[in-house]
Design a protein around this ligand. Structure first.
Ligand code: 3SL
Length: 236
């Protein structure tokens, strides 16, 4: 039976063997939610990159939209920051465009997970798309939480619990303490996810940056239930 495991921080990735597994990269606030939104709104493909210099270079090389964030605020010199609402702005249509994006934690976590058999981007916005892919593949799943600068983040872990709940009982969600813990957190918070996650450090950071509407948006369950950003060669 395939298994669901959860890596609480990219710093812990060296402890995991990604080979043969599906890596689900999750940065609920906000990189994975933003990438799902971008593709749901018609962005053709995404180059997630770790550094701002790479983001500039990819933008020039591919003539694509550029988006970048550092420490929760848009990095200067790019078309967009890391808000999903940047891709919902009728004044700047994104349909048919390609995108390169660099964020503090999310895109770096993805680049560090490329040894997996399949690398997909997960968010509450596309939870069912991720679950359906895992069911179809019947492979072990490792949820890679982007966290914050190497530290644990509640919202990413709670996503892991939500995914585990959807995959049980077809998948083993009981033999990893990390998955058990994530399931407990999800079950604790799911009846009012917004109130539950309001306690998290990242939400406080976003609120202080006046990005609280992003928070509510990123919790919209299955709003893009058909969207599954997946790594292929050099892009999503
Ligand atoms: O760290 C990241 O990748 C970002 O998602 C952080 S923030 O939501 O833009 O603050």
């Amino acid at each position: 039976m395939p298994k669901v495991d959860i890596c609480f921080s990219p710093e812990l990735l060296p402890l995991y063997d990604l080979r043969g597994k599906i890596a689900v990269i999750v940065d609920i606030l906000r990189a994975s939610s933003t990438i799902v939104t971008a593709m749901g709104e018609g962005v053709t493909h995404v180059f997630p990159v770790a550094s701002l210099d790479e983001c500039t270079a990819y933008g020039q090389q591919h003539g694509c939209l550029t988006a970048a964030e550092r420490d929760g605020v848009p990095a200067p010199g790019f078309d967009l920051g890391n808000s999903p609402f940047g891709f919902l702005d009728a004044a700047r249509p994104v349909r048919g465009r390609a995108l390169t994006i660099s964020t503090t934690n999310g895109t770096a976590a993805l680049r560090r997970s490329l040894a997996a058999e399949a690398v997909v981007v997960g968010a509450f916005l596309n939870l069912e798309a991720v679950a359906a892919f895992a069911r179809a593949q019947q492979r072990d799943v490792l949820v890679v939480c982007a966290g914050w600068k190497g530290q644990f983040c509640l919202e990413d872990t709670v996503f892991g619990g939500a995914l585990a709940e959807r995959l049980a009982p077809e998948f083993d969600v009981r033999s990893s303490d990390a998955t058990l813990a994530a399931l407990h957190l999800w079950q604790q918070g799911k009846s009012d996810l917004s109130a539950y996650l309001l306690q998290s450090a990242h939400v406080r950071r976003l609120n202080s940056l006046e990005a609280s509407k992003d928070f509510e948006f990123c919790l919209r369950m299955d709003a893009y239930a058909e969207v599954l950003p997946m790594w292929r060669e050099d892009r999503l």
